[in-house]
Each structure stands twice: as structure tokens, then as C-alpha cells.
Design a protein around this ligand. Structure first.
Ligand code: RFL
Ligand code: PHB
Length: 389
């Protein structure tokens, strides 16, 4: 097979990139290791920035998101007792959109055939070749048969564990990492949310988050030590813990119900530099991971792809390679600011094993300051809604 851009990975980054390129007439083929159902089964992000919803609108694929998504004007930080509201609409003039990653992915997948976006699912042994030159190619095995795609560029959108980043030699690679000594245990349940907005709580027992997918579906998380397993947390124990950590107001409105999904995700901050090597361009989780505290992961994948699609369209339509050459620096400048915000909010809101009474008082003083300072709230709000592209 031959195409202009071979995209590896059909998560949000890969699908958005493929659609944006295709909409401008660039040829693209997407190669995905898993089945479409498996991709849709992963419950992940829930909060979209304006930069992300704008991309869906630009593609003309935002209709269901606007009909079913929940625009939010604010969210809460909690210190175990009270709720501190961050009024993002008043402070920034913007909203965020609660719309699940699964739904966004479903919309992009559903529109692929009619838009001429070819996606090859269940591709095994995907490998990248000759990425340093201008004739790279991808090989994989489909239905037992070896296949090959020749391309001008490869978009590496295969997440944290994919092969793209590893195709960049260690001699040029730089890794920056912070691994946190805890994870998030998430539960999805068909019960109404305890608050119409999100609550991020720092309780002496650890972090908790109340989120949602719709007016009838809730998503909650609690911070757990890394050695704990899902089996350690029967539903009742999890609801009891959430009620304590989220504080009395949330607990009073919390409706319990059976888990329809429960999983533990470790927390990590990670950046890989550079995001381009020759004809290989990384976007999304393949190049960077943020802890989910700032709701930035999917949104960063979308902003990478906004830069990358512009660069590639310029290359193919105007023969101008400057965008491609400058992609890594441009994307990384925004990535690092989102890394900073996610890391800072993670430190503010979690209980670290090494923290002592002094650290706890510092967190509480920080929250008390935020509660009383419009300047502090504005800083949080402008990062939460997403820095401009
Ligand atoms: P993905 O979604 O991991 O997609 C990568 C795709 O590549 C495929 N792949 C391969 N394909 C071919 N060959 C191979 N060898 C391959 N290896 C892998 C995979 O099957 C997959 O389909 O990466 P992408 O597209 O960069 O998207 C990134 C987002 O998924 C991620 O950043 C977010 O989910 C992070 N995240 C959140 N982000 C937000 O913006 N807001 C949130 O509220 C938010 N909450 C979260 C989150 C992530 C979480 N977890 C579980 C990590 C909450 C959680 C709990
Ligand atoms: C979610 O709803 O899954 C969610 C929301 C906000 C976050 C992380 C996850 O910061």
C-alpha cells in the first residue's frame, strides 16, 4: 500500500489527525493493533477543553457532542470539609465540556468510512522502518499476512506503550519522568452525580474525584497505594471511602450503585523529546503522559494534532516544510505547561507517603489561599480550560 501519511494508533490522537488531514485532501491510512470494540471499551478521559471541541466542530463532527455533552462553568476543589468553587466561566469567559473519550472516539470512528479515512484494525507486529529518510514505511501482519505501507511521513499516535517512540534512537532521545507512589481507582456507575460539577478533594486519607459522563452516569476516583488491587475494593468499601473523602456536602447527595467498570491507573508525568525525528512525528500519549489530575491528557493529544495537521497540510499543499521542522518545539512548549499544571495540581491534592504534618498544613494553607484569592483562582481556571494554541 502507498499513502502520504501512515498513522499508527486509532486512539483520539490518531483518529483526529487522520480526519484533519483527510479533510484537506491528504491521503492517510491508520493502523491499529486492537479491535474497534477494544478501543471503545477503554474508559478514560471525561473533560474536553475548547481546543478539543473546536477541532470536532472544524471537522463538522461536533453535533452529538453539543447535544449530549455537558458544558461546565466551573468545578470545585475540596479540603475534606468545604467546597471551593473555581468559576471558570467568570474567570476566563470559557467553559469545559464533559463528554467521554469513548464518545468522542465513537464519533470519529463512525465518520471514518464516509470521509474516506481508512483504518486497519487488529494489525499485529506493527513496525516502523527508515524513519530518518523521506521514504519511511510501516510493516504489520493482518490476517496472518505480512503487509507494508509506504508513506512520506509516519504519525506516531500509538500511546505510551506503542512502538513509535522506540523507533527514535536513544542517541537523540531525552526522557523526563516522575512516577507517583499511588494510582487512581476509578468506578463507573449508572447513578446521578453527587454534584452538577466536578469535585477534586484533598482529604487527610487521600485524594478523591467526583466526575460524571451524563446526568445519569457517574465517574468517581480515589487515590490508592500502588500495591492495591481492584479486588481489595468491593463497591461498598469504595462508596464509603468516597463519602468520607469528598466531604459532607457531596456525601449527602451521593447515590450509590453497582460498578459497571472498575480499574486502577498508575500516575505518571513523562515527556519525550524530540517529538519529531526525520519523517516520524509523535503526538499524544506516545510522547508524553500527565497525571489525570488536570484533565489534560486527551486535550494535549488534541493540541499536538492541531499543530501537526497544520504542519503536514502546509507541507503537502504548499510544499513548505517549515511547519514540520518546527513541530516538536511548538508542541513541546505547550506540553511542558500542561505538565507543570498537572504536576502542581497532583502535588496539591494528593497524600504522599513521605508527607508529614508540615506538608499537610502547607496543602491546607494553599487551598485556603486559593479559596480567598481571585488571582489564585484565575491561574487555576486559565490552565484548566486550556492555554491558547
Ligand atoms: P491512546 O488513547 O492510548 O491511543 C493509542 C492507540 O494506539 C494503539 N496502539 C497501537 N497501534 C498499532 N500498533 C501498536 N503496536 C500499538 N500500540 C498501541 C492503542 O491500541 C490505542 O488505540 O493515546 P492517544 O490517542 O494519544 O490519546 C491519549 C488519551 O487517551 C489520554 O491522554 C487520556 O485518556 C488521559 N486521560 C484524560 N485526559 C483528559 O484530557 N481529560 C481527562 O479527564 C482524562 N482522564 C485520562 C483520564 C487517562 C486515564 N487513564 C486510564 C490513563 C482518566 C484516566 C483514568
Ligand atoms: C473523568 O471524568 O474521568 C475525569 C475527569 C477529570 C479528571 C480526570 C478524569 O481530571
Amino acid at each position: 500500500m502507498k499513502t502520504q501519511v501512515a498513522v499508527i494508533g486509532a486512539g483520539p490522537a490518531g483518529l483526529l489527525l487522520a480526519h484533519l488531514l483527510r479533510a484537506e485532501g491528504v491521503e492517510v491510512i491508520v493502523v491499529e493493533r486492537s479491535s474497534a470494540d477494544h478501543v471503545l471499551g477503554r474508559i478514560r478521559a471525561g473533560v474536553l477543553e475548547r481546543t478539543t471541541t473546536d477541532l470536532m466542530d472544524r471537522l463538522g463532527l461536533g453535533a452529538r457532542m453539543h447535544a449530549e455533552g455537558l458544558p461546565h462553568d466551573g468545578f470545585h476543589l475540596a479540603d475534606g470539609e468545604r467546597l471551593i468553587r473555581i468559576d471558570i466561566a467568570k474567570l476566563t469567559g470559557q467553559q469545559v465540556m464533559v463528554y467521554g473519550q469513548t464518545e468522542l472516539t465513537r464519533d470519529l470512528m463512525a465518520a471514518a468510512p464516509e470521509r474516506g479515512v481508512e483504518i486497519i484494525y487488529e494489525a499485529a507486529d506493527v513496525a516502523l522502518h527508515d524513519v530518518e529518510g523521506d521514504a519511511p514505511y510501516v510493516t504489520f501482519v493482518q490476517d496472518g499476512q505480512e503487509r507494508r505501507i509506504d508513506a512520506r511521513f509516519i504519525g506516531g499516535c500509538d500511546g505510551f506503550h506503542g512502538p513509535s517512540r522506540r523507533a527514535i534512537p536513544e542517541t537523540v532521545a531525552r526522557h523526563f519522568e516522575r512516577v507517583y507512589p499511588f494510582g487512581w481507582l476509578g468506578i463507573l456507575a449508572d447513578v446521578p452525580p453527587c454534584n452538577h460539577e466536578l469535585i477534586y478533594a484533598n482529604h487527610a486519607r487521600g485524594f478523591a474525584l467526583a466526575s460524571m459522563r451524563s446526568p445519569t452516569r457517574s465517574r468517581y476516583y480515589v487515590q490508592v497505594p500502588l500495591d492495591e488491587r481492584v479486588e481489595d475494593w468491593p463497591d461498598e468499601r469504595l462508596w464509603d471511602e468516597l463519602a468520607i473523602r469528598l466531604g459532607p456536602e457531596a456525601a449527602a447527595h451521593m447515590v450509590r450503585g453497582p460498578a459497571i467498570e472498575k480499574s486502577i491507573a498508575p500516575l505518571r508525568s513523562y515527556v519525550f523529546e524530540p517529538m519529531r525525528h526525520g519523517s516520524l512525528l509523535l503526538a499524544g500519549d506516545s510522547a508524553h503522559i500527565v497525571p489525570p489530575t488536570g484533565a489534560k491528557g486527551l486535550n494535549l493529544a488534541a493540541s499536538d494534532v492541531a499543530y501537526l495537521s497544520d504542519a503536514l497540510i502546509r507541507f503537502f499543499m504548499a510544499g513548505d516544510g517549515d511547519g514540520v521542522a518546527g513541530y516538536s518545539d511548538k508542541a513541546l512548549a505547550r506540553v511542558w505547561k500542561a505538565e507543570r499544571f498537572s504536576w502542581q495540581l497532583t502535588r496539591l491534592m494528593h497524600r504522599f507517603p513521605e508527607n508529614d504534618a508540615f506538608d499537610r498544613r502547607m496543602q491546607l494553607a494553599d487551598l485556603d489561599y486559593i479559596a480567598s484569592s481571585v488571582a489564585a483562582q484565575t491561574t487555576i481556571a486559565e490552565n484548566y480550560v486550556g492555554l491558547p494554541l
